[in-house]
Design a protein. Structure first.
Lengths: 382, 386
């Protein structure tokens, strides 16, 4: 009872840390959530600013109409500095400057210069493709010596022919993208909360003067270690419950109250256990309390960056992902992604998920063994 | 006495392992992690061809212009697609197994695409097929118009089609690209430099705590020592400042020469901004240490919150600086982290120096305000009992 009391006293002392990391999870986990439907094909619409110096007729009118239909036209940028900033932050991905007599010159099969400024990235490339496609089509038809209006009609008619896109998947797998992002981001919060608190507790109990006092106390060392382990597991379980309940609130009841939701919860429970074993391993290695925060940050931030908690794994370099295979966070986040992608609950869909969970359990066993070996060695040396 | 105090303050700082970790090692670790995590976002112009399939049946073979155009996108070093020519059953299996992004087939003379989900590569495939289909329509339109115009004359249909294909292929629009491309990820590194500067606040707060009688025993000794308090405070702050500038400059050099982060070419101004940012952080640490009547760890937590909130608004955690500049423009104008980040951004992205100069002047004003308030707080401190 005394040991448990001391344990929870230290937990309460660190309640600020727990609340901080939980708020980080809620704020940044929520900020990164947005869901797209995959049952219908939707090309992304880039944001474009148009400066038109020509009369709005013929090809110029058609060009503006085409861009309005295929892109989001923004007209709130008059100040050039604001426009520059907007291009940098990709609030606007392209600026099109239509020169005077553009329509007339194009109809005469001349080649008027169109000025284009774009930002970097995928949306900017889509915007460039749209501009180039319209201009190439207009230039091709200009060889037929049509009037401005006829040329515009021809271009419009051709560009209105869209390709039929069929989507094979009938299950809207991205419905669970919010839950995936939430639980993947939780990688950081779980590691931070569990490692910090358990390491601080274990370091407090391992301080030489406290340890000596405990050794001469009435409670056997083995029993005390057992109590600490039980309470650590209880603390991790409590953190897990908090994060799952928050998941219901942040992600939504519909997504979480399902077999998908159950799988996310089970996966995070296994990862919480793994985080507890990591904390035990660290506390068996680290001597002072002062080093705990530094080590925790390196482990939690490092694994979150390298395994795809902050930046989705598809954007990470292959070499980083290959290296990430040696970290349990990789399997935790990969399992979340796999849960999102499952369309049925057959064995072929679930097997890769269970294999990943088994790998995390394997990591737990390795960490426990390593922690025991180090502790025994230290005890022998003492 | 000044240099004696400076030397010992410097030695004490170096021996404080936690402080050395947070001010020296941690920004380097974050820089490496940022570089690893964002390196593919950084290489936005590097495009990798992806796997697609084509249903190579009689209808596809019949659509000659389309199939030739699609083939041209699947050849050479700059190809868009790694194309496999297979039958529909096999394409379905490969699509199910995510071995291909999608497949293209021709039905009723029209090219169609089948994919499994939305995505960047799927959009590129759809756009490419759409552009080729539209190109085929233009060729047919141009050729048919020429044939109609030659009514009554002997026409060489094949030549007309060849000319039409040439017209479409050679239709190169006159687009002048005035883009000044800068990677948005650079801002993450700029905020990191700002954060590294602001860690100096923790350093100067630590040094000030050692000079304040109501905080530490050393402070009590300093208070009753015959040496002028100003000399001790100044030498301590200078020691912290020198160490901070050294660490921030080392971080910038590491980012610039090892990680390849873009800062522009003017290294002198880059270092000047680091020096001014570090000065503001040092003054901020001194000010907070004096005005906050609480223990050391509580002061550190408050400094950390101020720094991290500044980093959030400056764009370190995903939500862009641009977003906060729009919703709360004042925040980044008064926050030292926002000003330092904006300074690096202006230095690289803007041609004129007006914005950079504004940032430097604002930082100096903020530093001056902190210094003035700190002097006011430190002067004539007398204690009846501590």
């Amino acid at each position: 009872m005394t040991v448990s009391k001391a344990f929870w006293k230290i937990v309460l002392k660190n309640i600020g840390t727990i609340i901080t990391y939980t708020i980080i999870l809620i704020v940044f986990g929520s900020l990164n959530m947005s869901s797209d439907s995959t049952t219908q094909f939707e090309a992304d619409k880039p944001s474009i600013v148009i400066f038109n110096h020509d009369e709005e007729r013929g090809i110029t009118k058609g060009f503006i109409k085409y861009l309005s239909e295929n892109a989001e036209i923004k007209d709130e940028y008059e100040d050039d500095d604001k426009l520059k900033d907007a291009l940098f932050y990709e609030n606007v991905v392209a600026v099109v400057d239509i020169p005077k007599d553009f329509s007339q010159e194009l109809a005469l099969n001349k080649n008027p210069e169109l000025k284009l400024r774009s930002s970097s990235g995928y949306a900017a490339e889509v915007a460039k493709v749209l501009v180039r496609q319209y201009m190439s089509t207009a230039k091709s038809y200009a060889s037929l010596n049509l009037s401005e209006d006829d040329l515009a009609k021809k271009v419009e008619s051709t560009l209105s022919d869209s390709t039929e896109i069929e989507i094979k998947s009938k299950v809207d797998t991205s419905k669970y993208s919010r839950a995936t992002r939430y639980f993947s981001f939780a990688n950081y919060s779980i590691l931070a909360c569990v490692i910090t608190v358990i390491c601080l507790i274990m370091s407090s109990f391992n301080r030489v003067e406290i340890r000596k006092r405990n050794l001469v106390g009435s409670i056997e060392l083995k029993r005390m270690n057992g109590i600490l382990l039980r309470n650590s597991c209880l603390y991790s379980a409590m953190m897990w419950i908090v994060y799952v309940v928050l998941g219901f609130i942040v992600v939504g009841l519909n997504e979480m109250w399902s077999i998908h939701g159950l799988l996310y919860a089970v996966n995070s429970l296994i990862f919480c256990v793994c985080a507890t074993t990591i904390a035990y391993l660290i506390s068996s290695i680290v001597k002072g309390i002062g080093a705990v925060n530094g080590i925790m940050n390196v482990i939690a931030l490092g694994s979150s960056f390298l395994c795809g908690a902050f930046v989705p794994a598809e954007y990470l370099p292959d070499s980083v992902l290959t290296f990430a295979h040696i970290l349990p966070s990789f399997y935790f986040i990969d399992t979340n992604n796999k849960i999102m992608a499952i369309e049925d609950y057959g064995s072929s869909s679930l097997l890769p998920i269970f294999i990943n969970m088994a790998v995390i359990v394997g990591f737990c066993i390795v960490f426990i063994i390593a922690s025991n070996i180090i502790t025994h060695k230290k005890e022998r040396l003492a | 006495m000044f240099w004696h105090s400076f030397k010992y303050a410097f030695k004490t700082l170096i021996k404080n392992r936690a402080l050395v970790f947070w001010t020296l090692a941690f920004p380097f670790i974050l820089a490496i992690l940022f570089n690893l995590a964002f390196s593919r976002l950084h290489d936005y112009d590097v495009f990798e061809a992806f796997d697609v399939a084509v249903i190579d049946d009689a209808e596809y073979k019949k659509a000659e212009i389309f199939s030739e155009a699609f083939k041209s996108l699947s050849e050479g070093d700059e190809r868009l697609f790694n194309t496999q020519y297979i039958d529909k059953d096999e394409a379905e299996k490969k699509l199910d197994a995510d071995e291909i992004v999608g497949y293209v087939y021709v039905e009723g003379g029209d090219a169609k695409v089948k994919i499994r989900q939305n995505g960047t590569n799927q959009t590129i495939l759809a756009l490419a097929v759409e552009q080729i289909s539209q190109g085929v329509k233009i060729v047919n339109d141009v050729a048919m118009t020429q044939i109609a115009r030659s009514a009554g004359q002997k026409v060489d249909v094949e030549k007309i089609y060849r000319d039409a294909v040439a017209t479409v292929t050679d239709a190169e629009p006159n687009i002048k690209d005035d883009s000044r491309v800068m990677n948005i990820v650079s801002i993450e590194f700029y905020t990191l430099i700002a954060m590294a500067c602001m860690q100096g606040a923790m350093m100067s707060a630590e040094l000030m705590n050692r000079c304040l009688p109501n905080i530490s025993n050393r402070g009590k000794r300093v208070a009753i020592a015959p040496t002028r308090k100003g000399v001790i405070v100044l030498s301590n702050l200078l020691a912290g400042y020198v160490m901070l500038v050294f660490s921030v400059c080392a971080l910038i050099a590491f980012m610039r020469f090892v990680l390849g982060v873009e800062f522009g070419d003017n290294m002198g101004l880059i270092m000047l901004l680091a020096a001014v940012g570090s000065l503001t952080a040092t003054m901020m640490g001194m000010f907070l240490s004096i005005v906050l009547k609480t223990n050391e760890s509580a002061k550190n937590v408050i400094i950390l919150i101020v720094t991290m909130a500044g980093c959030l608004f400056a764009g370190m955690f995903g939500v862009t600086k641009g977003f906060f500049d729009n919703v709360a423009p004042v925040v980044n104008k008064i926050s030292p982290v926002g000003q330092i980040t904006d300074g690096y951004y202006a230095l690289f992205y803007y041609d004129d120096m007006a914005r950079f100069t504004t940032d430097i002047v604002s930082l100096l004003i903020v530093a001056g305000v902190f210094l003035a308030l700190s002097i006011r707080g430190l002067r004539r401190q007398r204690y009846d009992s501590i």
